[in-house]
Design a protein around this ligand. Structure first.
Ligand code: FAD
Ligand code: ZN
Length: 483
């Protein structure tokens, strides 16, 4: 191969194709103990959480520093071997599942490098588990608000690479909104150092935001500067029963008008989904004496006294009750009761598993269309398969629903899952017609590549391809994902 003198890529021709010696070179670079090749050691990282996808890999690499990540990428690139980054492996779209190549895990990059109280920022390495970051922020007197049900095992590098959402987006935004700077190792081993904690910095293209949400296809995030927020002194939490999505939307409009300054969560759960939690999640019980078609979990947080915030929530809900928008409500009277209400929401994904296969959609529509979407999509899906058990739930206030469909009680899992493409088409067509997105927070991964091409603006897809080719010309960073 001849190379132009201006070609910015390193000349790797001497080693190209030399994948055979790669494992030895990687062992020399980061230590033999951190290059796993035994199938038993690799098994758990070759599959995705739900077991829907499985792959193969040459080895698992566990570098312990940014420099070691850079060396791994240089060696893999020279050998023409693909690299699949993995954090906590809790992603739900198959983005971390390898198709050959090596898996690079970030678990050893787990230092909190700095908590800067004066600037309300912290610098963390990619492998820090999300709940350890929350705890470190708390210990320093701050809040790091990103919050997901998987926070005990997902890592901040994975959160940023998927631009994770969760239950506090309404107030604080998604992962992208919580970052001021990044350190990224590029596919050729160069290190992009953008670890500035500046709140304002208009010096050209926004490179940071290219890597956030890129699902590991452009490089490996090794560290980030995160924004910290004042720790709320109080939180008031209610589970509210209502008639269905239209009533929930009316309630949301009312709450936003009166309490937008303190509302930090507005989550929605339909009864069939809540019933699965009551039936299957240990310690979870029905919050009310009677059953209702739908529920909203609402939380206000603020700096005032607990009693004041509770009273504020109570009076808003009383007004909603008098207006006929809600049927019943329970306000958590203690920290334990507030946690118990949240447990009903946090156990939703897990509680669907014992009920057999489910087909999941992670979609968003304009908030004003959420109720319309739920009713229209439920009717269309039931029309396609009578007996189906729709379990819509999710981040109603963000217009983001996990529109999950549990199989009919008497149907085989395999026969039901064979209908995945048909249900995708039904649901995604409705989402698209309403100006929504086929992936609100979980990303594209392997699962939604074809759907991305079907629904996204073609110029946007073309530009994404050009950016990918510019940063990763050999297509070695997590190939087969997103694009
Ligand atoms: P992984 O699964 O390891 O990786 C995800 C993707 O990012 C992959 O494509 C991987 O290649 C890439 N990647 C990982 N680390 C890096 C890195 N350092 N640099 C570059 N690329 C990298 N998601 C939400 O958004 N909101 C929710 O509310 C939510 N709830 C969940 C609840 C449960 C019970 C579960 C199991 C998952 C949930 N998720 C949710 C999905 C998942 O937890 C998030 O996508 C999370 O951000 C993934 O983090 P991770 O460390 O597990 O990443
Ligand atoms: Zn979610």
């Amino acid at each position: 191969m001849t190379r132009a003198a201006t070609d910015p890529r390193p000349d790797t021709s001497a080693q190209a194709g030399d994948a055979a010696g790669l494992v030895d070179r990687l062992k020399a670079a980061i230590g033999a103990a951190h290059v796993l090749t035994d199938p038993a050691d690799m098994a758990a990282r070759l599959v995705e959480d739900r077991g829907l996808f499985a792959g193969t890999a040459l080895a698992i690499l566990r570098p312990g520093s940014t420099g070691e990540v850079a060396e791994c990428l240089r060696l893999c690139r020279a050998a023409g071997v693909a690299v699949v980054p993995q954090g906590g492996n809790t992603g739900l779209v198959g983005g971390g599942v390898p198709e050959g190549g090596v898996i690079l895990t970030t678990g050893r990059l787990n230092r909190i490098r700095e908590v800067d109280a004066a600037n309300a920022t912290m610098v963390v390495e990619a492998g820090c588990i999300l709940d350890s970051i929350q705890r470190a922020a708390d210990a320093a007197g701050f809040l790091f608000p990103l919050s997901l049900a998987s926070e005990g095992s997902c890592q901040i590098g994975g959160n940023l690479s998927t631009n994770a959402g969760g239950t506090a987006v309404l107030r604080y935004g998604n992962a992208r909104d919580l970052v001021l700077g990044l350190e990224v190792v590029l596919p050729d081993g160069r290190v992009l150092n953008d670890l500035t904690g500046l709140r304002k910095n208009n010096t050209g293209y926004d490179l940071r935001n290219l890597f956030i949400g890129a699902e590991g296809t452009l490089g490996i995030i090794t560290a980030a500067v995160l924004k910290l927020f004042p720790k709320p002194a109080a939180r008031a939490t209610a589970m509210v029963a209502c008639d269905g999505p239209a009533a929930a939307l009316a309630l949301y409009g009312r709450m936003r008008a009166s309490d937008a300054d303190t509302m930090s969560a507005f989550e929605y759960i339909e009864r069939p989904a809540l019933q699965m939690v009551i039936d299957h999640a240990p310690g979870c019980t029905d919050p009310m004496a009677e059953t209702h078609p739908a529920y909203c979990l609402i939380e206000l947080t603020g700096g005032g006294a607990q009693g004041e915030l509770d009273a504020r929530l109570e009076s808003a809900l009383e007004a909603a009750f008098e207006a006929g928008q809600i049927a019943d409500a329970v306000i958590g009277a203690s920290e334990a009761q507030r946690d118990a209400l949240w447990a009903l929401r946090e156990n939703l994904s897990e509680a669907q598993k014992p009920e057999g296969a489910s087909i999941k959609h992670d979609v968003s529509v304009p908030v004003s269309r959420v109720a319309d979407f739920i009713e229209t999509a439920k009717a269309a899906c039931l029309d396609h398969m009578p007996g189906l058990r729709p379990c819509p739930f999710g981040h109603f206030g963000d217009g983001n629903l996990h529109f999950n469909l549990s199989r009919p009680a008497d149907m085989e899992d395999a026969a039901f899952l064979a209908e995945y493409p048909a249900f995708n088409r039904i649901v995604h067509d409705i989402v698209h017609a309403m100006g929504g997105s086929i992936s609100a927070e979980h990303g594209i991964g392997k699962v939604k590549r074809a759907e991305l091409r079907r629904y996204k603006d073609p110029v946007a897809v073309e530009l994404m391809g050009q950016i990918k080719a510019a940063i990763d010309p050999d297509n070695l960073m997590n190939p087969g994902k997103v694009l």
